[in-house]
Design a protein around this ligand. Structure first.
Ligand code: 4AD
Ligand code: MG
Length: 434
């Protein structure tokens, strides 16, 4: 049998009455009177196998006693309809073959502490909720790509080893780079995307990014995945429209295809449906006024923290944009707002329910002089930015872009509060294994 002819649980709905062989891992076993049940997980789904005296071979009953959580098996049986499973099938087991034993699997159905689970991340990934979570994450990644390719964006992979600074010079990981001194792990691919728009118009990159931030919060990883898009001839408003359409496209895809996984995650799809209305848009100044009216102590000029972000979307399941922040709290490359030069034409998209900033975006400074001044004002090494400044010398255009944090987005969609769970192997200040 060629690899692509192999059958999985997801292929069984139109195989009712046929005998087939499946491979996978035992999720559970259970007895009820003379009947035995097993849960088989094969990567495509979980399905129940039923062992019935007179129908199942004697030897399979004997082997059943040896099955443990996560024993790997080959099971042959007759496909039957069932109301229980994702694909509405079960297997009337005929024969069982044990492939790999599993004695005293550390993760049992009882409650475990988060440290224990993270230390056993390599095994925890097999648990029902984790399986559902990463099915949704994978769906979200596919949806992002589908949306971008539908609009003919070109993927321009950006380097991970860089010499220039990206977002925040204080949050860089350095690595020794031959005899050239220190290289830095990329915090963003944005500057490289800006170089690519003159070649391709609309571009994106999607990869891991690194921040040596000493933040131990539910929203911070030291390594996280970011999709960044950059568009020529887009101003800040186009940028926000585009971000809103992208997020709604993703939500719709998840609602259409991930019903079962949302159910496993106990995430109510009705909540996500509410994000399909036009997002709220507040200027930073409006946001500050609104916050003050909600008894926040924030003053104009200060950055919004997690508490303020949560307060802004409080009482609603709809994301909100905050745009045009004060220059001082944002990165050097953002376009000065011609209507109020104290501010820059940027936007943060805030997810509701306390999930906070999932997108950071801006129109970029396209004037050579203004950009050079900002680099100097921020005391950044001008020589590292000579190529970036070149982009303003040779055919500069209005352009905008943004970065979407995958783990925060998936956290919000799945209702998982901490990003340490929404990436397969989290990298945190105090964790580098497994
Ligand atoms: O707002 P940020 O820092 O924006 C940039 O990096 C821009 N250069 C992007 C661009 O315009 N091309 O990061 C973008 C997003 C945030 O909104 C957040 O979702 C996520 O990346 N993010 C993190 N996610 C997990 N852990 C961290 N430490 C994160 N820092 C940022
Ligand atoms: Mg940001």
């Amino acid at each position: 049998m060629r690899w692509n002819e192999r059958l999985y649980i997801r292929d069984l709905p139109d195989k009712i009455g046929e005998t087939h062989t499946l491979h996978g891992w035992i999720q559970f076993t259970r007895k009820s009177g003379k009947i035995r049940f097993l849960g088989l997980r094969d990567g495509s789904s979980i399905m129940q196998g039923v062992l019935v005296e007179g129908e199942t071979e004697e030897e399979a009953f004997n082997l059943f006693k040896e099955l443990r959580q996560e024993t790997s098996v080959e099971v042959t049986g007759v496909v039957q309809e069932s109301t229980q499973s994702q694909y509405k099938v079960e297997l009337l087991v005929k024969t069982i073959k044990i492939l790999g034993k599993s004695e005293q699997y550390p993760i049992t159905p009882k409650e475990h502490g988060i440290d224990f689970l993270l230390s056993n991340r390599h095994l925890w990934l097999r648990s029902k909720k984790q399986v559902a979570l990463f099915q949704v994450r994978s769906t979200v990644i596919q949806a992002i790509r589908d949306f971008l390719f539908q609009y003919r964006f070109v993927q321009m992979d950006s380097p991970i080893l860089t010499c220039s600074v990206g977002e925040d010079p204080s949050g860089l990981f350095g690595v020794e780079y031959f005899d050239m001194g220190t290289a830095y792990l990329a915090q963003t691919g944005q500057l490289y995307l800006e170089a690519s728009i003159a070649a391709h118009g609309n571009v994106f990159c999607f990869g891991p990014t690194f921040r040596a931030e000493k933040s131990k919060t539910r929203r911070h990883l030291t390594e996280f995945w970011m999709m960044e898009a950059e568009m020529a001839f887009f101003d800040s408003n186009d940028n926000m429209d585009f971000q809103e359409d992208l997020i709604q496209f993703i939500i719709k895809r998840v609602l259409e295809t991930c019903d079962w996984y949302l159910q496993q995650l106990e995430r109510d799809p009705e909540i996500l449906k509410q994000a399909l209305a036009p997002f709220k848009r507040y200027s930073y100044s409006e946001a500050v006024e609104l916050l003050q009216s909600k008894d926040s102590k924030i003053k104009w000029g200060e950055d919004l923290g997690a508490a303020e972000e949560t307060l802004l979307t409080d009482g609603s399941y709809l994301p909100a944009f905050v745009h045009d922040y004060p220059k001082e709290v944002k990165a050097f490359y953002m376009k000065e707002n011609p209507e109020d030069p104290r501010t820059v034409r940027c936007d943060d998209m805030l997810a509701p329910e306390g999930y906070g900033e999932i997108i950071g975006g801006s129109q970029r400074e396209d004037s050579y002089e203004k950009l050079l001044n900002r680099i100097k004002e921020e005391k950044l090494p001008v020589e590292s930015y000579d190529w970036y400044l070149d982009l303003r010398k040779y055919g500069t255009v209005v352009h905008s872009g943004f970065g979407l944090g995958l783990e925060r987005l998936v956290g919000w969609i799945c209702g998982i509060p901490h990003v340490r769970e929404t990436i397969p192997f989290p990298r945190l200040m105090e964790r580098l294994t497994p």
